[in-house]
Design a protein around this ligand. Structure first.
Ligand code: GLV
Ligand code: MN
Ligand code: MN
Length: 395
């Protein structure tokens, strides 16, 4: 609740877009709490933060717990924040109980998970996993043209630690489900076995600007009319692949954006998600066919650029088993679940044994300021996290 006050939204949530002053203030608060818990805090060259609790043998690869402190522009208080602060709570609990672990334990705050200000999302964890270079990350720009590398410097979080390139014994992430299943079915814990695949596109449509009063309808090349048809096509395609397929247009920029000018250009985003990679490819092919037809009909030119694609993820069997066994030991009701959302864990899974724990959220609402959870759900998730971490920190 303290972190949620930073960048507090009008409707009870948070607005802490990546590398803004609010992001900086949340990072500072996390750093001070981690230091108070006896951790040393290191920051890498893309701003990923690692709070480290030493083990008995500090030459061994650590067990890492993590998630993100950045939010959507109208984000909730728990998406990401829960996972980072539960990590800190694990450290505090071990301190309180005077438990020494064989391996060091680190709590990570990954930079730019949401991808709301700088695209693509999960930039920090992807860079750590070797998917993107430092230069690629630093050269991302936001809508106003501000550059990631400069903004990182500006908020004072361009660290000197090299990005990734070190082994982790295991990685665990606790996250709210962000969907309705666990609450509706009365489960305390979701044991995340997979995460669905995802495809992000940028679409640029160019028509012709014209006077809205004098240009007959037949002569128009209206980019927004084409965009409207593409929005409908995205939804229709996703519906035809439901319940597993989903599709969204979340951003639309209309040029020149004047009431009495026929829109000459539109930029828009599209995302599709599905647990099967082959089906994602089918969804994309259907969209491309629709775009070709719409472009001809509306006499516009359309360019489609892939911004992010990743295949569905299968989490590490051993980590998944440890999480399930931990839930059993505490007597929590649990079920296996596929993550609909993307997470930093999806990239870290490429380089380290990785597991995810879900806790329910009220009405499945997320990416919304009304996002909410119950304290006992957070407690159960954090207990399972502690147990899973301890299991890996001794071997
Ligand atoms: C992350 O928030 C996502 O888009 O799944
Ligand atoms: Mn998240
Ligand atoms: Mn999110």
């Amino acid at each position: 609740m303290e972190i949620a006050k930073i960048g507090a939204g009008a409707n009870g949530g948070s607005n802490r877009l990546t590398l803004t002053d609010a992001d900086r203030d949340a990072r500072e608060l996390f750093r001070s709490w981690a230091a108070a818990a006896g951790c040393s805090v290191k920051i890498d060259a893309v701003g990923n933060m690692f709070a480290r609790r030493p083990g008995r043998d500090n030459t061994l690869p650590p067990v890492v717990i993590g998630s993100h402190l950045d939010t959507q522009p109208t984000g909730g208080r728990f998406d990401g924040v829960l996972g980072v602060l539960a990590g800190l709570e694990v450290v505090r609990s071990l301190n309180d109980q005077n438990v020494e672990t064989l391996r060091p334990i680190e709590v990570a705050n990954w930079t730019n998970e949401e991808g709301a200000r700088f695209s693509p999302g999960m930039l920090g964890s992807a860079a750590f996993a070797g998917v993107y270079s430092q230069n690629f990350v630093h050269s991302r720009t936001d809508e106003s043209g501000k550059i990631f590398g400069e903004e990182l410097q500006r908020i004072g979080f361009a660290g000197d630690v090299r990005i990734g390139g070190r082994p982790l014994r295991a990685y665990f992430e606790l996250h709210i489900e962000q969907g309705p299943v666990l609450e509706a079915e009365h489960f305390d814990i979701g044991v995340v076995t997979h995460a669905q695949g995802l495809l992000w596109l940028d679409i640029d449509i160019v028509g012709f600007e014209a006077h809205a009063g004098t240009t007959p309808m037949k002569r128009r090349r209206d980019a927004l009319v084409a965009a409207a048809s593409i929005v409908a096509a995205v939804s229709d395609i996703a519906v035809s692949f439901s319940p597993n397929g989903v599709g969204t247009v979340g951003q639309l920029r209309v040029h020149p954006g004047s009431r009495n000018v026929v829109p000459g250009a539109v930029s828009m985003t599209v995302e599709f998600r599905h647990p099967s990679e082959g089906t994602l490819t089918d969804m994309m092919a259907r969209l491309q066919a629709a775009i070709d037809q719409i472009s001809t009909q509306c006499r516009v030119t359309t360019r489609c650029t892939e911004v992010l694609r990743y295949a569905p993820v299968e989490f590490d069997r051993e980590c998944v088993d440890i999480i399930r066994a931990a839930a059993e030991r505490f007597g929590y009701s649990h079920r296996d679940i596929v993550s609909g959302a993307a997470h930093d864990a999806c990239y870290i899974a490429r380089i380290a044994p990785t597991g995810m724990i879900f806790c329910p959220c009220v009405d499945g609402i997320s990416h919304n300021e009304r996002e909410d959870i119950r304290p006992e759900w957070a407690t159960a998730g954090a207990n399972v996290l502690l147990d899973a971490v301890l299991g890996m920190a001794e071997v």
